[in-house]
Ligand binder design. Structure first.
Ligand code: EPS
Length: 391
């Protein structure tokens, strides 16, 4: 893995930090490139009051000199504006774990005397730094024409249909929608559904789709289980708070189809000798390797666990059944999860591209990208002879 990153920081602590290691030298980078993605993460109908308090802005404190990466670890910091309300104050005990949150598992695992340390680190506030890391990775991928975008396909029971819309149009229309749904009629229904949940003192989940365009053939490998591209992407997507399911392409629909209807026929484009597909049921990978088609990832987000309507739990300090207590939270973070999942996908794909190409600087890497093998008859050159594979 040429690229790696770590994040640190609590939701209401002084700041959040990330270190991204392995980015090559010579990539132009500034705070605006990162802040654009941080702002996207803060927008979306169904957010709670915290997003009105925070104005996430990154400080790049390592790895960039004179506006370019140096090849050294890139260190980034975002301050928590909400921290001033917590600093130096005794905080009410929190002893009633929310079902579905990290409160109980965290407290049992780490032996906390109050539930707060669990929720402080488990909080989706941490995704700020993953989006910062992803912004750098996206910017790196853009240098090779690789684009990553996303949108919401359903919220609660409301399912949008925009299957005829090209991907780049979906990305653009989603950005114009506060629920990040490319179809405006469905977007209005989603907004109504979220409003109903807010009035009903409840929360809503949904499904979102992340798509990577213009990827070369050959990222990832079947040679080892942990090199498979969709396995790495699944890990990254499943690592995001409240994501409980993932599929690639038509995975779950394909499970109902016959073999002859589940795959993507290969056709020869006779003028260019290109090998083409007219469908993408596989979602852009075959044998754990990118096949040049869009990589299509679908993720299911559960309704978040902090509900205004109390849920049954146990007060661990009193040792008796009790209702959950409500503190400020999102009602439907699904629209805000789009840039978060894009960021994680960008990290995995940037890592896979660097693994494929090697190199320490953009000047070294760019010509290597141009010389990548393509899915054409010219590049493949089968010798059409019998071989003895084992003596
Ligand atoms: C979160 C609870 C809320 C969300 C938070 C995730 O925070 P607070 O308790 O401060 O209102 O706003 O998300 C963010 C702060 C963010 O930046 O996305 C949780 O419990 O996971």
């Amino acid at each position: 893995m040429p690229l790696r990153f770590l994040t640190a920081g609590e939701s209401h602590g002084p700041s959040l930090t990330a270190i991204l290691d392995g980015m090559p030298a010579g990539l132009s980078l500034n705070a605006d490139i990162v802040n654009k993605e941080l702002t996207r993460r803060q927008q979306g109908y169904g957010s709670g009051g915290r997003m009105k308090i925070e104005k996430d802005a990154v400080q790049i404190i390592g790895g960039v000199m004179a506006g370019e990466t140096t090849g050294a670890p890139i260190a980034m910091l975002v301050e928590n504006a909400d921290h001033v309300k917590w600093k130096g104050k005794a905080v009410e005990p929190m002893t009633s774990p929310r079902p579905g949150h990290a409160d109980l598992t965290g407290a049992v695992k780490y032996g906390y005397r109050d539930l707060r340390p669990a929720l402080e680190r488990a909080s989706a506030r941490e995704t700020t730094m993953r989006v910062a890391v992803g912004a750098v990775c996206k910017h790196f991928l853009n240098q090779f024409g690789i684009i990553i975008g996303g949108y919401v396909t359903s919220i609660g029971e409301i399912q949008a249909d925009f299957s005829d819309m090209p991907y780049e149009e979906r990305f653009q229309s989603a950005e114009e929608s506060d629920v990040r749904c490319p179809d405006q009629t469905s977007a209005q229904k989603m907004r109504d559904e979220i409003e109903k949940a807010i009035h009903g003192k409840n929360t809503l989940g949904g499904i979102l789709e992340i798509v990577a365009l213009n990827l070369p053939v050959g990222l990832g490998s079947f040679a080892q289980w942990d090199k498979r591209l969709e396995a790495k992407l699944a890990l990254a997507v499943m690592s995001v708070q409240a994501i409980k399911g993932v599929e690639f392409g038509d995975a779950f629909e394909n499970a109902k189809r016959l073999g002859t209807q589940a795959h993507d026929a290969i056709n020869l484009q006779s003028s260019t000798f290109d090998l083409r597909r007219s469908t993408n049921r596989a979602g852009g990978t075959e044998g754990g390797i990118s096949n040049g088609q869009p990589v299509v990832i679908r993720a299911a987000m559960k309704p978040i666990a902090t509900t205004l309507t109390p849920q049954q739990t146990v007060d661990l300090a009193l040792g008796e059944n009790a209702p959950t207590k409500y503190e400020r939270s999102d009602f439907c973070p699904v629209p805000r999860a789009v840039p978060i999942l894009e960021a994680l996908a960008a990290f995995v794909l940037a890592d896979a591209l660097l693994e494929k190409l090697g190199g320490d600087s953009m000047n070294e890497i760019k010509p290597r990208f141009e010389s990548l093998r393509k899915a054409t008859l010219d590049d493949l050159q089968m010798d059409n002879l019998p071989h003895v594979f084992w003596e």
